[in-house]
Design a protein around this ligand. Structure first.
Ligand SMILES: Cc1cc2nc3c(=O)[nH]c(=O)nc-3n(C[C@H](O)[C@H](O)[C@H](O)COP(=O)(O)O)c2cc1C
Length: 144
């Protein structure tokens, strides 16, 4: 079982979520690779059983360009993509909160609801991450 976690993070929140997910997967003895979107060399989704993509949301609910480039780079819609994102309800309220993650999950017809984290995941939101991973891993294990 191999999973890649591709994420984009400017100020560190999405990176924190990515790292928390990574540590949970490692606890499950799953082989995990980290991919910094826009920095690391392109990867082939076919080399992985599951691809996790993490993004923050930019101005008025938009998807960062680096993530759009990744989508073009991937070039098709793999059926094994799970999406997580961070955002801030202070920018446009609930309607725009984590909109990029929501749009991405819809685009890929992801089997899983996107994980939406407000700013830093440290503290009470860690439980949300645990529950989200449990949901994804439940399916991963039943297929493995
Ligand atoms: C100019 C600007 C616009 C933003 N617009 C939104 C938005 O529309 N929706 C949202 O949920 N968060 C928005 N955010 C909040 C970021 O998505 C949030 O701080 C995120 O955690 C940053 O991720 P990072 O720390 O991984 O870079 C905005 C932040 C900035 C600076």
């Amino acid at each position: 079982m191999r999973i890649i976690i591709a994420y984009l993070s400017y100020s560190g929140n999405t990176k924190e979520v990515a790292e928390l997910i990574e540590s949970r997967l490692l606890e499950e003895k799953i082989s995990v690779e980290m991919h910094r979107i826009g920095i690391d060399r392109p990867f082939d989704p076919e080399d992985y059983d599951y691809v996790f993509i993490g993004t923050f949301t930019w101005a008025t609910g938009s998807t960062p360009d680096e993530v759009k480039d990744l989508i073009l780079e991937i070039g098709y819609k793999p059926d094994n993509i799970a999406i997580f994102g961070t955002g801030d309800t202070q920018f446009g309220g609930d309607n725009l909160f984590c909109k990029a993650a929501i749009k991405l999950a819809k685009f890929y017809n992801s089997k899983w609801e996107p994980l939406k984290i407000e700013q830093s995941p440290r503290g009470s939101q860690e439980t949300m991450i645990d529950e989200w991973i449990e949901g994804v891993l439940h399916d991963v294990k039943s297929i493995a």
